[in-house]
Design a protein around this ligand. Sequence first.
Ligand code: C2E
Ligand code: CA
Ligand code: CA
Length: 860
Amino acid sequence: MKNLPKSLKPENHRSTVALTRSSLFNFVALLIGVFLLASCMLLFLARDLDKTEEEESAFYTAKAVHASERGVASTLKDYAFWGDAYKHLHLQVDPEWAYVRQNIGATLYADFGFQGLFVIDESGRTVYAVVDGELKNISIEDWLGQPSGALVAQARKVASEETPVTSFMNVNGVPAIVAAAAITPGTDPTVEPDDRSASVLIFVDVLTDDKLAKLGRDYGVQDLRVAAPTERHQASYFALGDNGEGGALRWTPPTPGHRLLALGLPLTGFAALLVCLMAWVILRRTTAAASALDESYLSLQRSQAALATSEARFRDVVEASSDWVWEIDQDWCFTYLSERFEAVTAFSRQDWIGVSIDTLLNSQMGTVSQWLSIPNRKPDITISCRYIDTQGEERVTRLSARQLPEGGFRGTATDITEEVEARRRIEFLSQHDALTGLSNRVRLQEFLDGKFKALPTKEQPLVMLSLDLDRFKPVNDLLGHAAGDRVLNDISARLSECVRHGDLVARVGGDEFVLILTDAKDPEEVESLCRRLIESIEMPVVVDEQEVFVSASIGIAMAPTDAREAAELLRYADIALYEAKAGGRSTWRFYAGDMNARIIERRRLESDLRFAIKHGELRLHFQPRFRIADGKMVGAEALVRWQHPQRGLVSPEKFIPIAEETGLILPLGDWVMRTACNYAAQWPAHLFVSVNLSPAEFKRGNLIARVQQALDESRIAPSRVEFEITEGVMLEDAVGALEVMHKLKRLGVRIAMDDFGTGYSSLSYLRTFPFDGLKIDRSFLTRLGESEDDQTIVQAIVGLGKALSLTVTAEGIETAEHLALLKAVACEEGQGYFLSRPLEAEAFDVLLGETQSSEFNKKS
Ligand code: C2E
Ligand code: CA
Ligand code: CA
């Protein structure tokens, strides 16, 4: 504001419109005054003009009248002072001479227009009268309508002077010049005057309109006429005679003043109007201009205010935002740095003014000055720059820059260190597993894509290990997820330790990992790594002072030998892993071409199995179970077989896993359940049937309803039906399994734990789940002869079963020694090839027909 001229300061500002208006109004008022004055002067001038004219015309009128008067008088003089007239009108009145001879007769009327010619004798009698050019016998008084004695007397009185007297008279309303003169002999010596009083000759010139008009014309008086009696005392009035006894004249004086006014006033008015109009137009224009000026003033004021505000705002923004503002000159040196610079960078502004921007900031795309020099650089494009702050930390700042018209640049610098860090973190998170910090599938995919782009060679192959933890699920189930997470974290760390820098370890599922080795020379090196990996994983993990043991299976595939693209490599590594698991776990397998063939084979089996279930290719064998103490058969285990048209009898070990994978286990299980129950329903009532249930059946489908249906159909007593389940059922979903088991128990059936001792935590399950029996896995019996330990274990299991009121069955009794040993430890029941192989239904019926006890006794 301080730069504003004083007049423009708001306190001094009166609206320019008002100012312009008032001055224009003053001007117009002045103009109007001038016009009024002019009009007045015009009026005055006109009046004066008219008055002058009036006076002039009055003067000329008077002159005309006097001239007429004199004219009459002089004509009369010629006639009255004449000897012949004395002879013929005084001495003796001779009308012959006067009228007939036209000495004083009609010619005077015709030539001079004298209407009346009279001769009055001594006694005052009218002795001669010519009226309107005709001789009349009329007295003058009669004709004039008034006495004429005074005039006659006057004429006689001045007879010696030979001067006629004149007078104005009103003759029948018309003014008339009456001139009288005594008739004298004049200079005529022949005339003998008598002693009588002189006769008087009177001429009367009646001022008719015609005469007056002519007279007026002669004297330049317009419209000279007889005034009406009412017109007395008006302007342009000329009274005839001393007291106006002769009437009066009027005329119309010229009125140049009026004409002047008639012309001048409208002109003045018009001029005034024009001026007013112009003033109005000017006013409008100037008002518009002025208001524009006002507007611009106001807007100037506003913009000044706005400028001040925006300046303040700018300062606030500059100092409030985390950005700092900079300016550099043509030499890239700082000329200005906002206060925030110090707050953000902890540098002193003083230290940097005059220093090149390149000294402070550098970017990955070259120096800042190079960036600024880019021709047609878009001003909204920013650049990320880095600098080392006073703490020695690298900070990232985003620079925006605009060229200054006077050269140099100005811009802002936004500190984006945190943002970059956060972005890096997000990027990391999106590519890494939150739990273990290992790469995730996304990162794996990117890594693989990158590696495949580099085209791996046989000499420098890309090796993929697909690693799956064995026995991890129970850790989660029994020790809780926190423990599971702990184990996964530990294992992840161990995996990372085993590989080299540049390799990748990714977690791709709950307990599935993928390792990419980029620097493995040959299969031996890979194998030794696998060995180290498994050894490392099998080291106990301590969770809450408890040692947890897990292991791993590894599948290996290599590029370019096995696969030439990422998805293929992943699939082959998975196949190899599958094979490794199938091969007994805790081991590794290289992918081999025939693995694929085996998979194809499995597919074919799958479709064949589907067909088999529908078309009755399944068979059910029964393996009897005996009470060890007395050798009596107590029941039989139903074992499914597949009579394949080409392959012959297929083992359940081969097709059950396929049925489980594909869901065919449900129709298969149904068939086994129903067939087993139906058969068993025909058996003696003390024999039970034992049916294997796969974990998949526990998860899927309504097992209870299916069991119920099988029971209902066969009408077998539920207590004669036993289901064998492995710990896999509990591993998958312990809570769900417990629920299903309780429901099964409510149906009245028995439940036994199969393959006890192979799994990880069968013992704990025994306590929590409603089992009726347990079957010791046949692997214990196989090793029974080898070590004392195993005997002790079997003994312990039997003891435990007893303690838990479970019927303990030993499987895989292949020899008499097995049987004897079991008898020694008082194992309740047993089954095995030594006692009986699984039998076809017919063979089993035959067996039933024999005396069961005797046969068993024979063998024992
Ligand atoms: P498992 O439940 O352990 O069944 C016992 C297996 O041991 C049977 O093999 C049987 O033939 C075999 N075995 C019996 N005594 C001896 C012996 O003294 N020595 C040896 N080495 N083996 C003996 P199988 O019939 O091949 O069945 C294998 C597995 O298939 C079964 O193991 C069972 O888990 C499963 N399985 C069989 N039938 C069914 C079924 O109907 N449903 C389901 N879900 N699984 C079944
Ligand atoms: Ca079984
Ligand atoms: Ca078994």
